[in-house]
Unconditional design. Structure first.
Length: 272
């Protein structure tokens, strides 16, 4: 009855179905792991933002990679801005997530002859992308900044290509090691994403918005979808096999009935 399952067509179909089931299951678990990572990242960001502010020097030092658990921590630093070595970071999106411009990256010189990079915020790009844009002046004199501690950007962790040969004072990545070579002084690892300063200064760059740590994304829904698809494959295979058996049985019955009709018609002709 089901000998047709041994045909070439059905053998290939069965093998494809058998391959799809574990593949879809693995894709479901991949999406589940992405969901779990997103939830853990949101929890980390929320905990870090809620933690009390600490001096930046307690969480990082020159040449040190900011620990994952310290990322997004609120930190403070006091010093004077070194606007002579201020740079802009190219191809950055504004708070509307559409406008392209620059991040303004200004070293803050600390009393102990070290420095820390401060991302003062976003400014729109001008018409001439080869010229240094007009940047709102940083507050002069002694300033105390508060912001979120971030790890140095690399091509590996950001996906941003570190382009060479850019116009003067323009960079692709926020990286303390790169800027330390220009400053010729120790620079704390990572950087501060500014949220407030005292004094504030006039017409400052647009602050970088706080990260969204409430959205868990669609990964769990995708995981469930893949698992439903994997369950649907054997069900679909059974439905197709039963339909094939029914169609073959109908064709066989039709073929058997056709000679009988022909024989009956011939007998009737003879009798006539």
């Amino acid at each position: 009855m089901y000998r047709f399952l041994l045909t070439r067509q059905w053998v290939i179909l069965t093998l494809v179905a058998l391959a799809l089931i574990p593949t879809m299951i693995r894709l479901g678990f991949w999406q589940l792991h992405r969901h779990e990572h997103r939830v853990a990242q949101n929890q980390l960001i929320g905990d870090s933002l809620d933690a009390p502010a600490v001096a930046v020097g307690k969480l990082t030092s020159p040449g040190r990679t900011v620990a994952r658990d310290d990322t997004w921590r609120t930190v403070t630093a006091t010093g004077t801005y070194d606007t002579a070595h201020e740079v802009v970071v190219r191809q950055r999106t504004g708070s509307d997530e559409q406008s392209i411009g620059y991040f303004v990256l200004t070293p803050l010189l600390l009393p102990d002859d070290r420095a820390v990079l401060v991302n003062r915020g976003w400014i729109p790009a001008g018409a001439d992308l080869t010229a240094f844009p007009k940047v709102p002046a940083a507050p002069s004199g002694k300033v105390t900044v508060t912001g979120r501690l971030k790890a140095d950007e690399t091509t590996g962790n950001s996906g941003i290509k570190d382009k060479q040969g850019l116009p003067p004072r323009q960079v692709s990545l926020i990286n303390s090691e790169q800027q330390a070579k220009v400053l010729s002084r120790p620079v704390l690892g990572g950087y501060i994403e500014l949220t407030s300063s005292s004094p504030k200064g006039d017409k400052q760059p647009q602050p970088v918005p706080e990260p969204n740590h409430s959205d868990i994304g669609p990964h769990m829904a995708y995981a469930v979808q893949w698992w439903l698809f994997s369950a649907g494959v054997p069900i679909g295979w059974v439905v197709l096999a039963r339909r094939e058996r029914r169609d073959r049985a109908a064709e066989a019955a039709k073929a058997a009935a056709t000679p009988e009709k022909v024989s009956t018609a011939a007998t009737a002709d003879v009798r006539a």
